[in-house]
Design a binder for this molecule. Structure first.
Ligand code: ADP
Length: 498
């Protein structure tokens, strides 16, 4: 069948239109279609030409549509069918599509036609609606959680950076930030830690999780602000291609925990002074009596010599009594120590990885300086048993020593490796704290665990002695790797819970 329209406009031109189009004559028959329409409805040209238009809609609309068609022919004007509502069209295979239909009256060679253009509404509307809803949800949750959003492409080029992020970086909300500006605002001491976190997250062998806390310095005022950034890395062909994440200002929390730590340190040192004073008075109390007796017997012996009447029995008795009193003093001291050491240790079962992370945070937050912790922890770590507070103290002591050691060789943000692994052979968990400081020579290495041994101008020399005693009280062992000139490695073990 030759359509009259083909006289005026070529089929090729009609086919080039991406929208599905049908030309319908006054009696309601399809006289021309373009390829987009045939593709959408699943008809060949031969099948669709000459069809009554109602055949292209579900049966329940047929009657109504005939009335509608007549009404349109009487008053033809360009409009949307169904005043913009979503309509159903029936495909050749019986599938119903949700569509928008636009109607345009066309007059050619004295004949009237209707041009119907069909757009799939369903997918577009639903997608638009879903997008709107999810954008709104994201906006609300960002607002509620005070979150900023960032999106980096390959090589960490900024792809998207929301207003909140600019504000965190000390820029105007609507200003664009360059990749260089982004980096220069990060505190120099924290750049290495950030790089390390980024490298771990983008390692294809890892889990792609990015988490780091660092400081940004507001360019205009120099004010310091703590930020936590959490993100997820996406990989393409085994290479990190995108990092999407959120950031939040945690300055207040940081200041609070710093104050808390200062307070804890002050309390600890006050307590230590009190314990020292009490221990000294207990020792004085125990030694007073025997010392007074030794002095009295000494005087008797001296008196016997001075009087020229050397009475051997008196002198012998006086000296024997001195020895006896000295033994008594020793015994009292042992009893006192035994008394001080008694007291049941509260032990519990826990995951040492968590405690290591806590200790790292304490060491980072308490003004001991900044360092880059490199955690090499075994994910399936067996549960250990011990006194959590004491073990935390051991870890913090070792970390502080490591930080102080590395600081002597002027490293801005020294990396310190903390390894935690199972040692199933000895049924222990093995922890190593390794630094890249100056290490220890053989003489010092032999003495580090002695009480009051220190090489630091303001050191007390009790940290390692206490740490080793606490490790042993918890059923483990502590030792030092002989220095190989590249730093020190302190090890300790703790028993498994089972
Ligand atoms: P303090 O830190 O008060 O000196 P410690 O008992 O913790 O007491 O340490 C004793 C000594 O061991 C230190 O003075 C130092 O000489 C040495 N030491 C401890 N840890 C390290 C380390 N990581 N690197 C080099 N030397 C260390």
């Amino acid at each position: 069948m030759t359509s009259p329209f083909q006289d005026l406009c070529s089929q090729t031109l009609f086919d080039a239109v991406p929208e599905a189009m049908l030309l319908i004559d006054k009696s309601g028959y399809v006289v021309l279609t373009n390829s987009a329409a045939r593709q959408l409805l699943g008809y060949s040209e031969k099948e669709i030409i000459g069809l009554e238009v109602e055949a292209l809609m579900p049966r329940q609309y047929h009657e109504h549509h005939r009335h509608y068609r007549n009404a349109f022919n009487e008053n033809p004007e360009q409009r949307n069918m169904g005043t913009g509502a979503v309509l159903d069209v029936l495909c050749q295979d019986g599938k119903v599509l949700k569509v928008d239909i636009g109607l345009t009256p066309v007059r050619m060679t004295d004949q009237k036609f209707t041009l119907a253009s069909i757009r799939v509404a369903d997918r577009r509307r639903q997608a638009e609606e879903a997008l709107r809803t999810s954008e709104e949800r994201l906006r609300l949750s960002k607002q509620a959680a005070n979150l900023a959003v960032f999106d980096f492409g390959p090589n960490y080029i900024i792809k998207h950076w929301d207003e909140k992020m600019s504000v965190l970086w000390g820029a105007e909300a609507e200003s664009e930030l360059s990749d260089k500006q982004f980096l220069t605002v990060i505190h120099p001491d924290d750049r290495h830690a950030r790089e390390y976190a980024l490298n771990s997250a983008t390692d294809p062998a890892g889990k792609g999780k990015y988490k780091i806390e660092y400081r940004v310095i507001e360019p205009a005022t120099g004010a310091e602000r703590w930020v936590i950034a959490l993100g997820r890395v996406f990989f393409k062909n085994g290479v990190a291609s995108r990092l999407i994440g959120v950031a939040r200002d945690i300055t207040e929390r940081k200041l609070l925990s710093k104050k808390l730590q200062q307070y804890r340190n002050e309390t600890e040192s006050l307590l230590a002074q009190q314990v020292a004073a009490q221990t000294a008075s207990a020792i004085a109390h125990e030694l007073n009596q025997p010392l007074a007796a030794i002095s009295a017997y000494g005087e008797v012996a001296l008196h016997a010599f001075e009087n020229d009447s050397i009475d051997e029995t008196t002198i012998k008795h006086a000296l024997e009594s001195c020895i006896e009193q000295a033994h008594r003093a020793g015994k009292s001291l042992h009893e006192l120590i035994a008394f001080l050491q008694k007291g049941d240790l509260i032990k519990e079962q826990f995951n040492l990885n968590d405690l290591v992370k806590e200790a790292v945070n304490i060491a980072r937050g308490d003004d001991y300086g900044h360092f880059t912790p490199e955690l090499q922890i075994e994910e399936n770590l067996a549960t250990v048993i011990g006194n959590k507070i004491q073990i935390q103290k051991i870890l913090v002591n070792l970390l502080r020593n490591a930080i102080e050691a590395v600081r002597t060789i002027n490293t801005a943000s020294p990396p310190i490796t903390i390894t935690v692994r199972n040692n199933s052979e000895i049924k222990m968990v093995h922890v190593t704290v390794k630094d890249k400081g100056p290490g220890l020579n053989a003489d010092i290495a032999q003495r580090v665990f002695e009480p009051f041994f220190t090489t630091k101008p303001t050191g007390v020399g009790m940290g390692l002695a206490i740490s080793r005693a606490l490790t042993e009280a918890n059923g483990g062992k502590m030792w030092l790797d002989p220095s190989d000139g590249t730093g020190a490695a302190f090890h300790f073990t703790l028993p498994l819970a089972s």
